[in-house]
Design a protein around this ligand. Structure first.
Ligand SMILES: *[C@@H]1O[C@H](CO)[C@@H](O)[C@H](O)[C@H]1NC(C)=O
Ligand SMILES: *[C@@H]1O[C@H](CO)[C@@H](O)[C@H](O)[C@H]1NC(C)=O
Length: 408
């Protein structure tokens, strides 16, 4: 008797459960399709607005440091710089290039560029220094920028060295200011493949209102390149090296809608910054973290610390512009700038779910805690020990090496 009544009840329960699962599945698929559709639409709309952007008239100081990059100079970069100078108008630009100690013929490539710039009457300072990494590391250790490694050797830190070189690329800015020649923006260029349109789009990021605007850089697409300087709006490293990159929801949502992405720091190939902070009474400069802090096996990029130091950051913000994607080679540039939709449906869905999965199953807490503990210990040692760029710092010790640099 009981068996007879219970049988259809179980069946009904199974059927109901089945229906619930099916409805959930439909909702899940619909949600993914709607989200995918919205993102694809934003991507194709932004491609169009990118092409239609009018450009504003500004005076631009272009700063670049070069080392062992003859190939890209000759294949793309020099021509792109010439096109850019021509498009901006030679009377509105100044080009400052600092090269030192390349082992290839970067100097020759820059001398050729110099001839072409002269033909266009572009004002410039191209400095070719013969001081190599070898010379730098074999010099007697100075008061700053040297560190004792765990192996007990005194070595030249990479970041203070790079800061010094970057500062040198800004030197003509001050000389020009003394002559009454000033600029609205500084454009920092890495050895990347870019077009003048990329630059106009970058300069116009967030309608021109920013403390810094960066491109996105790719060496091996779809993976972005410069992990050392990129921090999301809450100061975390990117959660993944492919789209949509970020853990922070503000950064991630902006990325998904292809709008300027608020971040705490970025560099990523090309950066535009208002020139004013570099010209103020206590001028903004590139720097490393103090040697005494680096001694705790810590390091931070000069390209991140500059945003922590920039007084404009709080009010105007730092942005990554997802419309401006540059490459460290021709193929890398083409891969992230196809004629339509740089992201496929599959890349988008995979990215969204990889991102969710990682957010739900990981935390940056442990990694960041090991850094913040060491910074706190150092801060407690003296009132003078302050580091505003803690979010830039990672658990690494980097020293200069004849052929580049090393972790120790
Ligand atoms: C950066 O540049 C300024 C001015 O040229 C200089 O005083 C400072 O020492 C430089 N910083 C580094 C780390 O070289
Ligand atoms: C060019 O730049 C270098 C490096 O910063 C600087 O030492 C030099 O004085 C500059 N030359 C001119 C003519 O401005």
């Amino acid at each position: 008797m009981t068996k007879i009544t219970s049988y259809p009840r179980t069946l009904r329960r199974v059927l109901v459960r089945h229906r619930i699962i099916r409805s959930l599945l439909i909702v899940f698929i619909a949600w993914n399709l709607i989200e995918l559709n919205l993102i694809l639409r934003r991507i194709s709309e932004s491609d169009i607005s990118y092409r239609e952007r009018p450009r504003r008239q500004e005076r631009i100081y272009i700063a670049s440091v070069n080392w062992n990059n003859e190939i890209i100079l000759r294949s793309h970069w020099s021509q792109a710089v010439l096109d850019l100078a021509w498009n901006l108008g030679p009377e509105n630009v100044y080009i400052s290039i600092y090269e030192s100690g390349s082992y290839d013929n970067t100097k020759g490539a820059l001398m050729d560029l110099d001839v072409e710039l002269d033909r266009l009457r572009v004002p410039r300072n191209i400095t070719l220094s013969h001081v190599t990494h070898d010379d730098e590391i074999n010099a007697p250790p100075g008061d700053e920028g040297w560190i004792v490694t765990p192996q007990g050797r005194t070595e030249l830190r990479r970041i203070p060295y790079l800061s010094r070189i970057r500062n040198l690329s800004l030197e003509p800015l001050y000389e020009l200011a003394k002559q009454g020649i000033t600029f609205d923006k500084i454009l920092f260029l890495n050895d990347v493949v870019f077009t003048p349109n990329d630059i106009f789009e970058l300069l116009d990021t967030n309608h021109g209102n920013y403390a810094a605007a960066c491109s996105m850089d790719f060496s091996k697409p779809p993976h972005y390149y410069d992990t050392f300087a990129l921090r999301d709006a809450s100061g975390h490293e990117a959660i993944m090296s492919t789209w949509p990159f970020f853990r922070d929801s503000v950064s991630r949502h902006a990325m998904k809608s292809m709008s300027p992405v608020p971040v705490k720091s970025c560099w990523n190939g090309m950066v535009a910054m208002p020139a004013a902070p570099f010209m103020s009474k206590s001028p903004l400069r590139f720097r490393g973290i103090p040697d005494s802090l680096a001694a705790s096996h810590l390091e931070g990029s000069e390209c991140c610390l500059i945003h922590a130091d920039n007084p404009l950051t709080a009010q105007h913000g730092v942005y990554v512009n997802p419309l401006v994607r540059v490459g460290y080679s021709g193929p890398a540039y083409v891969a992230v700038n196809p004629a339509i939709n740089w992201l496929s449906s599959r890349t988008i869905l995979q990215g969204l779910w990889t991102n969710r999965f990682r957010r739900w199953t990981s935390s940056p807490w442990f990694k960041e805690k090991s850094v913040s503990n060491r910074v706190a210990q150092w801060t407690a040692l003296s009132d003078e020990n302050r580091e505003p760029g803690q979010f830039c710092i990672i658990n690494e010790m980097q020293i200069l090496h004849p052929w580049g640099w090393d972790h120790v």
